[in-house]
Design a protein around this ligand. Structure first.
Ligand code: FES
Length: 302
């Protein structure tokens, strides 16, 4: 865990604040575009947000938070109670949306989905690689960082307010894509679905902030064998692995509880996980909030 103090809270769009966090002790852990951190909020909730500041700045992290009317307490708390001067613990950065080298980029952002893409665009421009951003929102007032984007990146940025401009023509963007360019897309589910239909899968990189709607086989019970503690933890069909482990006293971190943030990652030593996350668990890892087991036992490094 890293200790920070809130340096600034700025309203950057309707219902969106940016938080600048200043290191309270050691220099902050390094990060690369696409990374996110977990904020441990004073109301005991943990929430993940993409870093959208400057990766070279080891003194500060910047994130942006949209107030979600269906908030389960995270964005609600941040908007109403977090103020400059407050201490806040944050996790080291994790990156499930890595920025790959390419001869050109098209960035496609929807609303708060601009956050991971902003440092990617900055990195591409700094490296003198052709890059453009199509940034979509209901109206300009709802879209964070528009002034900053226009002043830093000029005509590489195209703002599309769907209320007045309609939706961008993704087929035309796909047709105009330079050879070997990559497309990075972050936004609401309909935008990701439209991008998946328009761009070749091999060139499209997406990040979800809500899980895709999918259907799984009915839950079955299994046993988690915790090799470090020596405990055997039964996981019922009606509970998650995360909840079962916590019930037995294992302090597994968590954030989204929806399989999108990666906070609850565990190392699997043997057994067969049934992956239900939207991250794409690396070999030998699983996300305990949603994933289960298709073998009777899972041996975990817990
Ligand atoms: S808590 Fe976010 S992936 Fe499990």
């Amino acid at each position: 865990m890293q200790h920070t103090v809130i340096d600034r809270v700025d309203q950057v769009a309707e219902d969106v604040v940016s938080l600048v966090l200043r290191r309270a002790a050691d220099p902050l852990a390094p990060w690369e575009p696409g990374a996110h951190i977990d904020l441990t909020l004073p109301n005991w909730l943990t929430r993940s947000y993409s870093l959208c500041g400057d990766p070279a700045d080891r003194e500060h992290y910047r994130v942006a938070v949209r107030h979600d009317p269906l908030s389960r307490g995270g964005s609600e708390y941040i908007h109403h109670y977090l103020r400059p001067g407050r201490a806040l613990d944050v996790s080291p950065p994790r990156n499930h949306f890595p920025f790959r080298p390419a001869p050109g980029y098209l960035f496609l952002a929807g609303g708060i989905g601009i956050t991971p893409l902003l440092p990617m665009l900055a990195a591409a421009v700094a490296a003198d690689v052709p890059a453009s951003l199509v940034y979509v929102g209901r109206s300009r007032a709802t879209m964070p960082f528009t002034e900053e984007l226009l002043s830093r990146f000029g005509d590489r940025v195209r703002l599309v307010a769907t209320g007045t401009d309609g939706r961008p023509d993704l087929a035309a963007l796909a047709a105009g894509l330079a050879p070997d360019s990559l497309v990075y897309c972050c936004g609401p589910a309909p935008m990701l679905t439209a991008a998946q239909a328009a761009f070749p899968a091999a060139r499209l990189h997406t990040e979800r902030f809500r899980p895709a709607v999918r259907t799984f086989a009915p839950n079955t019970p299994f046993t988690a064998v915790c090799t470090r503690s020596g405990q055997t933890v039964p996981v019922g069909a009606d509970q998650s692995l995360l909840d079962a482990l916590r019930r037995y006293g294992h302090q597994v971190p968590s954030g989204c509880r929806e399989g999108v943030c990666g906070s609850c990652e565990l190392t699997v030593l043997s057994g067969t996980p049934e992956h239900r996350d939207d991250i794409g668990a690396p070999e030998g890892r699983m996300y305990a909030c949603v994933s289960r087991a298709s073998s009777a036992e899972l041996h975990l490094d817990v």
